[in-house]
Design a protein around this ligand. Structure first.
Ligand code: IPE
Ligand code: IPE
Ligand code: MG
Ligand code: MG
Ligand code: MG
Length: 308
């Protein structure tokens, strides 16, 4: 990672850690927390489980993209996008907690530690996922520095991206397509929903936080659509080529479960070429942006070149 991006990422990570601690009700003294009696003893295990899912590991790509999108449009005050960045990580983490459940991918390892349903139990994992999702919208509703119109727009974008015609729809297609062959159009549609929808939302939320124009939001969306797809293509590649220790999740699960993936359809070289093509298209969508969009450009490269 180049040093300038590393500085930006470091600053975003610090802000996110603080706001996620509040989100899981463990940072009980921060803004947004007072109406949560952190010491409510009967909820201590639920709070601990929510915190377990949020506090460790994770590349935080969606929040970073949200902050980088706001930066691309000239926003220098990162605080303006903290609420949507946090909400994105909450929805994403919920999706991972549910994705790992025995009824879904049945994965025991996540972010280098036992999956939530292993460390706690399945009912707790279901409830933590549900709770994180709801908390995301609560956090946007309470966001300081955003007007009601911006908040409503963010809630609309994020709920659509997370819902039946967004991430959840894609997860449903993924589960239903297990053990079957998908053609490229169907695979693209599935990945577009299960993964790219939330990544597109990250760009949109950053754009709304920055008060972007329609044409700026459209350019960010084109970038998000392509880099979002590339993200899942690389995830499919890493399932074959990655290393369990580095990935923090068990390598080879897609093959074992006979999931339809880009690698299965196009082969490793074909999937890598597709990731490159998507990267170039994503970068082209930023052609009219100045150097303020360099973080987005660098994050795009990181998404395609990453090893975990
Ligand atoms: C994994 O997402 C699930 C997919 C959508 C491919 P990430 O690779 O962003 O997972 P973390 O947040 O870094 O653990
Ligand atoms: C999950 O895709 C996408 C989600 C919406 C969580 P995967 O099932 O490929 O994600 P990993 O590989 O388990 O992280
Ligand atoms: Mg899955
Ligand atoms: Mg999975
Ligand atoms: Mg995967």
């Amino acid at each position: 990672m180049n040093p300038e991006l590393a500085d930006f990422v470091g600053e975003c990570q610090r802000r996110l850690s603080a706001s996620l601690a509040i989100a899981s009700c463990t940072g009980a003294t921060g803004r947004g927390a007072p109406h949560y009696p952190a010491a409510m003893p009967s909820l201590a295990a639920l709070t601990a489980a929510a915190n377990y899912s949020l506090a460790h590991g994770g590349k935080r790509i969606r929040p970073l993209l949200c902050w980088a999108a706001a930066h691309a449009l000239g926003t220098t005050d990162l605080a303006l996008a903290t609420a949507p960045a946090t909400a994105l990580e909450l929805v994403h983490t919920y999706s991972l907690v549910h994705d790992d459940l025995p009824a879904m991918d049945d994965d025991d390892l996540r972010r280098g530690r036992p999956s939530l349903h292993k460390a706690f139990d399945e009912a707790t994992a279901v409830l933590v996922g549900d709770g994180l999702q709801a908390r995301a919208f609560e956090i946007i509703s309470d966001a300081p520095g955003l007007d009601d119109h911006q908040k409503l727009k963010m809630i609309r974008v994020l709920s659509t991206a997370a819902g039946l015609h967004g991430m959840v729809g894609g997860q449903f297609m993924d589960i239903r397509a297990t053990d079957s062959e998908l053609d490229l159009a169907h695979l693209q549609a599935m990945h577009g929903l299960k993964t790219a929808a939330l990544i597109r939302a990250a760009l949109a939320l950053g754009g709304v936080a920055a008060g972007g124009s329609q044409s700026q939001l459209e350019a960010l969306d084109a970038y998000g659509r392509h880099i979002g797809l590339a993200f899942q293509v690389v995830d499919d590649i890493l399932d074959v080529e990655g290393d369990t220790g580095t990935l923090g999740k068990t390598r080879g699960k897609d093959g074992q479960a006979n999931k339809p993936t880009y690698v299965k359809l196009l082969g490793l070289d074909g999937a890598k070429a597709e990731a490159q093509r998507l990267l170039e298209t994503a970068l082209a969508a930023l052609a009219d942006f100045a150097t303020t969009a360099d973080h987005l450009r660098q994050l795009a490269r990181y998404i395609v070149e990453r090893d975990h």
